[in-house]
Design a binder for this molecule. Sequence first.
Ligand code: PGA
Length: 245
Amino acid sequence: MNEKKWIVGNWKLNHGLLETQSFFEFLRTSCQKERFQSLNIGIAPVAPLLSWAVQCSQNSGIQIAAQNVFYQESGAYTGEWSVRHLRDLGVSWAIIGHSERRRYFAETSEQVAWKARACVEGRVMPIVCVGETLADRESGLAESVIESQLKPVLEQVDPSQICLAYEPVWAIGTGKVATSNEIAQMHERIRKLTHPSTPILYGGSIHASNARLVLEIAHVDGVLVGGASLQVDSFLSILNDATQC
Ligand code: PGA
């Protein structure tokens, strides 16, 4: 059981310098951080704005997360950055293996596992994403796909040192949330494969109107929010609901 619910906003390829600044300014002026002490809150902006987001979020109680990180510490890897760079900037968490990275950038579960390991070794909390496609689910393969995505990760890292996010690919950005039963079943399965203290987040079309329902499902320790984290008012409303779960 995890006492603190995790609410993580994944901004994907959205929001520039000014929107980042006004998001945090609005949060700061419209609520007191003490109100959200019962939550672990994170925002993942685009990589070039990580440092700026760390500055903007100072004293807000919100952690800044990367949307990706490479597994090597240094070397001839043009375009990449390492866990060391994140730590230097004050970035505490990194989303790893998001389905969009697996799909558009051909990331494999082995690479995801190496990234998770690099994060754990470098003391940045990895939020490892797993999720099946609609075709997987319709052919009864949802659980085995999740297990095969998790297996290499669990061979590389101790599950008590990571955070997981179950994000069915068909629920991401589609407005189609998995049913409470589907979420409960998969989270229970993942819990059995991991550790009682591993936070297991759900992600996929979470909005102000459904966050509370999902957060109350057994073994759901938080939510990973894409679209609804871009507007500060809908993000705030999710935070408010989460404090009551
Ligand atoms: P969504 O995205 O909330 O817009 O569906 C979730 C995610 O990709 O993490």
